[in-house]
Unconditional design. Structure first.
Length: 198
């Protein structure tokens, strides 16, 4: 599944390609070098194999990382985590060299209720809620940032990785105009069932 094709609605404006990623639709009102969508190039095989083993990543998510190593979409409203090379240094002086959010780090800093069953693979920027994949059943759950040990209701579910991506990218695309301007309040970028009442 190519994320870039799912984002074709948006105008090409100062698009760039670096060694690490595609930067699509410059949104200078956010910041001069800000982009609506950043799609990272395929994960290095050695790094992907290391993380696959370390986190027991499901094959479907590894396939996604093998074609695009994560993404930061809709000005950070939705992120898909990626892998870093071991001991990879960050060049913070070059915004076009920054890697995706590190899936290993994100999982080490945020243990879900059932860490043996769940692995965090992405997040929503509006409230920091995490998208977790069930390693055994392969469905996805949405967990609040606090990852409470007890919940009064079950987390939002998607039946598969493909269902999540193929439903959420079109939904979020409708909330932005073709130049990348958000047309609604930040809270509306969250899945409907996860929004907290005002």
């Amino acid at each position: 599944m190519k994320l870039i094709k799912l984002l074709s609605k948006f105008h090409s404006f100062n698009d760039r390609e670096s060694e690490a990623a595609f930067f699509l639709t410059n949104v200078p009102w956010v910041a001069p070098q800000a982009y609506l969508n950043i799609i990272f190039k395929p994960a290095p095989t050695d790094a992907l194999n290391h993380v696959k083993t370390a986190l027991a990543l499901p094959a479907s998510f590894c396939e996604l990382l093998g074609s695009q190593n994560g993404a930061i979409m809709f000005s950070g409203a939705l992120c898909i985590y990626g892998v870093h090379k071991p001991r990879q240094l960050l060049d913070r002086s070059n915004p076009f060299a920054l890697p995706p959010f590190d899936i290993e780090l994100e999982n080490s800093n945020w243990p879900p209720d059932d860490a043996e069953r769940l692995v965090a693979i992405g997040a929503y920027g509006a409230d920091g809620s995490r998208v977790c994949m069930d390693r055994f059943k392969l469905h996805l759950e949405l967990w609040p940032r606090e990852a409470p040990r007890l919940r009064s209701s079950p987390p939002l579910l998607w039946e598969s990785l493909d269902q999540w991506i193929l439903s959420e990218i079109p939904r979020l695309s409708m909330l932005f105009n073709e130049t990348g301007k958000l047309l609604v309040a930040d809270a509306e970028t969250l899945p409907l069932q996860s929004r907290r009442p005002n």
